[in-house]
Design a protein around this ligand. Structure first.
Ligand code: ADP
Length: 446
């Protein structure tokens, strides 16, 4: 196992990784910007190093500063968490070039899946079903029109380098293709420095269902089942469940077989998530994330597995030590992402937290770096807590989530807790009857 792990992240995920390391007996190094001197991940780390000013570009994305911090403290592995440098193949390469282990997949696989066009080509060759669309990048507007004619409207123009729901534009009719094409390309260039785009059929009522996988360096690949992440706003997830209320165990198993066989052929290792749209009983691959996901806890609760511990073990060269048949799915789990945002306007609400009281009791988990007196800085992602519940059945999980949301008190800043309370009360949610479009409608009807 590793002698010391540097965690190249902040907030709840830095704490999450610290916890797994501590249970494995591995000391940790926290890195932080000058805006995060008082952050919980710094307070709880064994050692910490300041890596730059508040702007993420100068701190949490500052590769030389992070590598220096690792060298100075003698860390032999770096865990990137999610976001920031977690899907930066160059960073992974540099970590390895400096004689340390990157806790994640190989740089080649990070690069392949980071290009969504290359990812779709790879998945198609492995027999994974795709959303119908262009063959690769669409070079110009005429080609875009031709794709629209071929697959039929509505279509979605998407950035090859996309992420976080950005660089995506719908064209409902041929009249809208020119604008969608221009807007998606401009957004892609601004956000990702790469204006390559491709086109997919825009599905009108899919669910977002993703599969969690874990692979070691010895050819063992297992999946830990699906998560339903259909509750989204602006293509960003707000609430996730494991399992999906729409999926049968047989559907999960057959998707799992195709995916694990494919990743075994690819020689993939460490954690990964394949994202699919699911409509009319059909799965269609959209992208693969080569890292730990925000919503990993719901999977941990139903499978009784510590995914960060597994990531560290396989990165250190250990074999998984279990097979697909050993993975059991018990009960139902739900996660609410609590953000420092106004629950009506979604404007960010950084500032001082006066009161922080987390819920507890059977089957309740809170992953958060908040504490009373903490000042939420304005520079980073607005997610401040994840509330996760686990119960034997979905109705019991909903009842538990309502109870836990009722106990959760965050005062001083506005949060999205009231929105989650309303979602729990919505009959459509309770029936499990929703698509990726439901939440936006629910919010705008309020
Ligand atoms: P990102 O990497 O920006 O998260 P994804 O490709 O994962 O982009 O898509 C994010 C979300 O956008 C999906 O969960 C879904 O809600 C929506 N989406 C993506 N592709 C399609 C499509 N072809 N049809 C309908 N919705 C889509």
């Amino acid at each position: 196992m590793f002698g010391k792990v540097l965690i190249a992240n902040r907030g709840e995920i830095a704490l999450r990784i610290q916890r797994a390391c501590r249970e494995l007996g591995i000391p940790t190094v926290a890195v932080h910007s000058t805006a995060d001197t008082d952050a919980m991940h710094v307070r709880l780390a064994d050692e910490s190093v300041c890596i730059g000013p508040p702007s993420a570009r100068d701190s949490y994305l500052n590769i030389p500063a992070i590598l220096s911090a690792a060298a100075v403290t003698g860390a032999d592995a770096i865990h990137p968490g999610y976001g920031f440098l977690s899907e930066n193949a160059r960073f992974a390469e540099m970590v390895e070039a400096h004689g340390m282990t990157f806790v994640g997949p190989s740089p080649a696989h990070i690069r392949m899946m980071g290009d969504k066009i290359a990812a779709k080509v790879a998945m198609a060759s492995l027999g994974v079903p795709l959303v119908p669309g262009s063959d690769g990048a669409v070079p110009d507007l005429d080609a875009a029109r031709a794709v629209g004619e071929r697959i039929g409207y509505p279509v979605l123009v998407k950035a090859a380098a996309g992420g976080g729901g950005r660089g995506m534009k719908v064209a409902r009719t041929p009249d809208e293709i020119e604008e969608a094409w221009t807007v998606a390309r401009t957004e892609a260039r601004t956000a990702f420095g790469d204006d390559a785009v491709y086109i997919e059929k825009y599905l009108d009522r899919p669910r977002h269902i993703e599969l969690q996988v874990m692979a070691d360096a010895h050819g063992n690949v297992v999946h830990f089942g699906e998560r339903d992440c259909s509750l989204q706003r602006r293509h960003q997830k707000l609430l996730e469940e494991a399992g999906s209320p729409a999926l049968s165990a047989a559907e999960r198993d057959s998707l799992g077989e195709v995916v694990t066989a494919g990743l075994r052929r690819l020689g993939y290792r460490n954690a990964g998530t394949l994202e699919f749209l699911y409509q009319d009983g059909q799965f269609a691959f959209i992208e693969m994330n080569t890292r730990l996901q925000v919503e990993h806890p719901v999977t941990e609760m139903v499978c009784g597995v510590d995914l960060v511990r597994e990531q560290l073990r396989v990165a250190a060269g250990h074999a998984l030590g279990y097979e697909q048949a050993d993975v059991e799915f018990r009960g139902h789990a739900i996660e609410c992402r609590v953000t420092a945002e106004d629950p009506d306007t979604f404007m960010p609400t950084p500032g001082r937290v006066d009161v922080f009281h987390a819920p507890g009791g059977l089957g309740v988990r809170v992953d958060s770096a908040l504490y009373a007196g903490y000042v939420v800085p304005p520079y980073y992602d607005s997610m401040v807590a994840k509330l996760i519940v686990h119960a034997p059945t979905r109705p019991e999980a909903i009842a538990r989530m309502r109870r836990a949301l009722g106990e959760f008190a965050v005062q001083g800043i506005k949060t999205t807790l009231p929105l989650h309370r309303r979602v729990m009360d919505a009959p459509e949610f309770q029936r499990g009857d929703y698509t990726i479009h439901w939440l936006e409608q629910f919010v705008s009807d309020a």
